[in-house]
Design a protein around this ligand. Structure first.
Ligand SMILES: NC(=O)c1ccc[n+]([C@@H]2O[C@H](COP(=O)([O-])OP(=O)(O)OC[C@H]3O[C@@H](n4cnc5c(N)ncnc54)[C@H](O)[C@@H]3O)[C@@H](O)[C@H]2O)c1
Length: 424
């Protein structure tokens, strides 16, 4: 199958865009057509039906697990619960996980799972039944050295706890290393809650040291104030940055003197949105204004596609950190690149969660219990290492984006493993 037909064979924008980015990097890195053909097909796609009996009635939920590539080790990636998720979305996300795991030096291939369910619309009992049903349906396809799932959109440590319990019952032994981001009391680790935001803050500090005058005093606008956006703002403030704008689905606020993110979080927890935060010097702004503020650093930490062809020309930040997955579209990145605005890619910036998951898996396999400081130190080392590799590679390239450098770094490791194995 030719390159172009591999990209356009799906009727799914997200997957086609992931395949386009992949092709661009494979071409730029000179890896050859065979490698693209390989990586544009997941190795295994499992579709399951999950029957649950609620009040005497049977309901069937549809679930997937896409195991994209395991040249570097067991498959790894989250499970998302969403009513509109499709198998092709899952394929796109699994492909990204292969790259993310490789870039961060983890001994994993990439995977992603999903169940078509709206968790807000079902009872806790139904959610538990569906979660256990998914673990049962996949029992022969997952395991500590086969495929290790974790949470993603709308899934959490409670869901991981049900799944690890069900899996352990099925295999007849305690098997904590099959799922990560579990509750601390069930062999999870204490860094889980803030690992992605912390990792994104480390990438931002490293980027500010190379591309700005350092993180101290740098002004930051953050879109999205959930798990990632809040913790990122918290740690950046601790590092000396000035978070001057914060926005969420309910609106956005600006204060040229900088916010205390913990205070803003307290308001958001109480009232549902950061837009209700008030104080001297604070004014409400629109989300369009937040994304185009004259700041040093812009951090989209909410949803995909928010910086696109229609607003890329208006962006004034000097660097953009992709804390969310896919917030900058490929055509926007071209515009930003020409304007000298650097975009740091999601596969590096938001990898703190999966690096933490790797550390938890190692602990579980060895029955180690590392404390918070020790885990954080290891996370710090691995994240900084990935940043430095991407930066060094990018410096040696010409005409390349930082995303190109990150993709090529990730692909190189997978390519070498596949070569040694004799797959290509
Ligand atoms: N949580 C993780 O460990 C993790 C890891 C890797 C990547 N990510 C990615 O980071 C992003 C954020 O994840 P999270 O866990 O913080 O989610 P979350 O649900 O905790 O928070 C999302 C935030 O974005 C805001 N938001 C949602 N839609 C918006 C919109 N249209 N405009 C403006 N704001 C909007 C919400 O109000 C909320 O503040 C997602 O892209 C996710 O895939 C998260």
């Amino acid at each position: 199958m030719g390159l172009n037909s591999s990209i356009t064979r799906y009727n799914n924008l997200f997957l086609n865009s992931v395949l386009s980015n992949l092709k661009r990097a494979i071409d730029l890195g000179g890896f050859g057509e065979e490698f693209f053909t390989y990586l544009s097909h997941p190795m295994r796609t499992v579709s399951v039906s999950i029957p649950v009996k609620i009040n005497g009635t049977i309901k069937i939920y549809e679930g997937y697990r896409v195991q994209h590539n395991n040249a570097l080790g067991p498959f790894k990636g989250g499970i998302r619960f969403h009513p509109e998720v499709t198998l092709e979305d899952d394929m796109a996300l699994a492909t990204i996980m292969t790259l993310k795991n490789s870039l961060n030096g983890l001994p994993y291939g990439g995977a992603k799972g999903a169940i078509r369910i709206d968790p807000a619309k079902v009872s806790k009992e139904e959610l538990e039944a569906v979660s256990r049903g998914y673990a049962r349906a996949l029992v022969q396809f997952i395991g500590p050295d086969i495929d290790i799932p974790a949470p993603d959109l709308n899934t959490n440590p409670q869901i991981m706890a049900w799944m690890v319990d069900e899996y352990s019952k099925m295999v007849g032994r305690n098997a904590p290393a099959t799922f990560t981001a579990k509750p601390v009391q069930l062999w999870g680790n204490p860094v889980r809650e803030y690992s992605t935001g912390y990792g994104a803050a480390l990438w931002t500090r490293n980027a500010a040291r190379r591309f700005l005058k350092g993180i101290e005093g740098a002004t930051v606008a953050v879109q999205g104030f959930g798990n990632v956006g809040y913790w990122l703002s918290h740690f950046l403030t601790e590092m000396g940055a000035k978070v001057v704008a914060i926005g969420d689905i309910g609106g956005a606020i600006y204060n040229p003197n900088g916010f205390n993110p913990d205070d803003v979080k307290a308001t958001e927890r109480k009232t549902g949105t950061v837009a209700n935060y008030s104080g001297s010097g604070v004014r409400k702004i629109g989300m369009d204004e937040l994304l185009t503020l004259n700041v040093d650093i812009l951090v989209p930490a909410a949803v995909e596609g928010v910086i696109n062809y229609s607003n890329a020309n208006a962006v004034k930040a000097k660097i953009i950190m992709e804390a969310a997955n896919g917030p900058v579209t490929a055509d926007a990145e071209e515009v930003l690149y020409k304007r000298g605005i650097y975009v740091f890619p999601d596969i590096g910036v938001n990898a703190g969660g999966v690096v933490m998951s790797y550390l938890e898996w190692v602990e579980n396999l060895q029955w180690f219990i590392w404390d918070e400081e020790e885990t954080k130190k290891k996370l710090d080392y691995m994240i900084t290492n990935a940043f430095n590799r991407v930066y060094d590679r990018w410096q040696k390239m010409s005409g390349a984006t930082i995303r190109d450098a990150a993709y090529i770094d990730a692909l190189d490791r997978i390519y070498q493993a596949m070569k040694w194995r004799g797959w290509i």
